[in-house]
Design a protein around this ligand. Structure first.
Ligand code: ATP
Ligand code: MG
Length: 398
C-alpha cells in the first residue's frame, strides 16, 4: 500500500491531555502508537473531537499492564480502557487485521486477528476515518487517500461497498450520519450500495441500534439525518411505525436547536414523538372494545413499544417515561381546575407540557388555547410559589 505522511501541527490545546499521556507511555515502552479515527478527522476539519481513540501494535494485555487504572473490555475484540475518572477513559485498540469470520448473512462474527497498521487501516469504514496521527513526529499517516477526501469533502468507503456493508450494516447509518455532521458528500458507490442493501440493517441487534439512534438524532442536523434515512430506505428498519409529519420535524429541529445552545436533551422526548401517531392509532382501535380510558391507553402504549423494541431496544426507564408523557396528554388537555396544582407538581409535567406545546404548533392546532393555558399558569404558579415545579425533564439520563 502506498503511504502518504503529511506534517500537521495541531494546536496542543486541542489535543486531549490524557490521550497524550497514554500515547507517551505506550511509546516509551517501545511500541508504535497513534491517535486514530474520528479525532484526527475532526481536528483536520477544525471540529472539536468527541473522543480520542488510540491505535497501537502493543497487545491489549501489554497495554493493560502499562496502566494501573485500566481495564480490558470487549468480547468480540479486546480493547483497553485507560481510566482517568469515573466517567472519562481513553480507548486503546491493538492493530487488527480486516480478516473476518462471517455468518451466512455476511455479518461479522469474529474479527480479533491482530495485525500491523496496514491491516488496521483496511478494517476501518471510510477513508476519512482511517487517518493516523503520530504525535511525536507531528505527522498524519494516510494509506487510503483520507487527506484528499477531507479536502474535497467526500466520503468514500474502504474496499467494496456492498461487501463492507454486508459485513457490518451499521456502516450504512454511519455514512448517513457523517454526511450530515461533516457536510460531506457520499460517493455514488456508497449511495447505490445503501439503496440496494438497506434491509440488511434488520440483522443488527436492537441493543446496538439504540446507541446508534442516539448518535443519529442528538446532533445539530437531526432532521436532515432523518430525511436521509428515509430517502435511503433505512428509517423503516429502525422505526417501522414512524411516518414523517410536522410534529416529528418540529421535535427534531427543536432537539438540534437545544444542542446548538448547549442545552441538555433526552432521548425520551424524541422517541415519544416518533411513536405518538402509532400509539394514537392503536388506542383508537382498542378503545372500541375497552371502556376504561386508562387501560386502553396502557395497552396501546405497551403494544407500540413492544413493536418498537424488536427493531431498536429502549431501556425500561425510557419506555416508562414515554408512557408517562403520553398518559399526561389527556390530563393536560382536560385542564381540570381542581387538579391544576397537582399536575404542575408532577415531575413529568415539564416534558409533557413541551410535548403538548409542540403538538399544538404542528399536528394539533386546536390545542393552541390549551397550551396557552399551561404556559400562563406556570408563570402564575411560579409567582405564587417563588419557583416553578421542579422537573428533571431535560436531564440526559446515562
Ligand atoms: P464520532 O466519534 O464522531 O461518532 P468516529 O469516527 O470517531 O466518529 P467511533 O464510533 O468513535 O466513530 O469510531 C472510531 C473509529 O473506529 C472510526 O473512525 C473508524 O475508523 C472505526 N470504526 C467505528 N465503527 C466502525 C465500523 N462499524 N466499521 C469499521 N470501522 C469502524
Ligand atoms: Mg469517536
Amino acid at each position: 500500500m502506498e503511504v502518504v505522511s503529511q506534517s500537521v501541527k495541531f494546536d496542543k490545546k486541542l489535543l486531549d491531555k490524557d490521550a497524550l499521556k497514554v500515547v507517551s507511555t505506550i511509546r516509551k515502552a517501545g511500541f508504535e502508537v497513534y491517535l486514530v479515527g474520528g479525532c484526527v478527522r475532526d481536528l483536520l476539519l477544525g471540529l472539536e473531537p468527541k473522543d480520542f481513540d488510540i491505535a497501537t501494535n502493543a497487545k491489549p494485555e501489554k497495554v493493560h499492564k502499562l496502566f494501573k487504572r485500566s481495564r480490558l473490555i470487549g468480547r468480540r475484540f479486546r480493547l483497553v480502557h485507560v481510566m482517568f475518572s469515573a466517567r472519562k477513559f481513553i480507548e486503546v485498540a491493538t492493530f487488527r487485521s480486516g480478516k473476518v469470520q462471517t455468518a451466512k448473512s455476511g455479518v461479522i462474527v469474529r474479527d480479533n486477528c491482530y495485525g500491523d497498521i496496514e491491516d488496521d487501516v483496511v478494517r476501518r469504514d471510510f477513508n476519512i476515518n482511517a487517518l493516523y496521527y503520530d504525535v511525536e513526529q507531528q505527522k498524519v499517516i494516510d494509506y487510503v487517500g483520507g487527506l484528499k477526501d477531507i479536502s474535497t469533502k467526500e466520503i468514500h468507503i474502504i474496499g467494496d461497498p456492498k461487501l463492507r456493508f454486508e459485513q457490518d450494516p451499521v456502516r450504512m447509518i454511519r455514512a448517513v450520519r457523517f454526511q450530515s455532521k461533516l457536510r460531506f458528500v457520499l460517493s455514488s458507490e456508497i449511495e447505490s450500495a445503501i439503496y440496494e442493501q438497506s434491509s440488511l440493517l434488520s440483522n443488527i441487534s436492537p441493543a446496538r441500534l439504540y446507541e446508534e439512534c442516539i448518535k443519529l438524532f442528538h446532533n445539530k442536523y437531526s432532521f436532515e439525518v432523518y430525511e436521509s434515512l428515509e430517502k435511503f430506505g433505512l428509517l423503516k428498519h429502525l422505526f417501522k411505525q414512524t411516518h414523517k409529519n410536522d410534529f416529528i420535524k418540529k421535535a427534531l429541529l427543536n432537539t438540534s436547536s437545544r444542542i446548538s445552545k448547549n442545552k441538555p436533551v433526552t432521548p425520551v422526548f424524541l422517541f415519544a414523538v416518533f411513536l405518538w401517531q402509532a400509539q394514537n392509532e392503536r388506542f383508537a382501535i382498542i378503545k372500541k372494545r375497552q371502556k376504561s380510558f386508562y387501560l386502553a391507553m396502557n395497552q396501546a402504549s405497551e403494544e407500540v413499544i413492544i413493536n418498537q423494541i424488536k427493531q431498536v431496544s429502549l431501556p425500561k426507564w425510557l419506555t416508562a417515561r414515554i408512557k408517562d408523557i403520553w398518559m399526561m396528554q389527556s390530563r393536560l388537555e382536560k385542564m381540570h381546575p381542581k387538579k391544576t396544582r397537582e399536575t404542575l407538581k408532577n415531575p413529568r409535567f415539564r416534558m409533557a407540557y413541551d410535548f403538548l406545546l409542540l403538538r399544538s404548533q404542528s399536528i394539533n392546532p386546536e390545542l393552541k388555547e390549551t397550551a396557552d393555558f399551561w404556559t400562563k399558569i406556570q408563570v402564575t404558579h411560579k409567582d405564587s410559589q417563588g419557583k416553578v415545579a421542579h422537573s428533571d425533564n431535560h436531564k440526559k439520563k446515562q
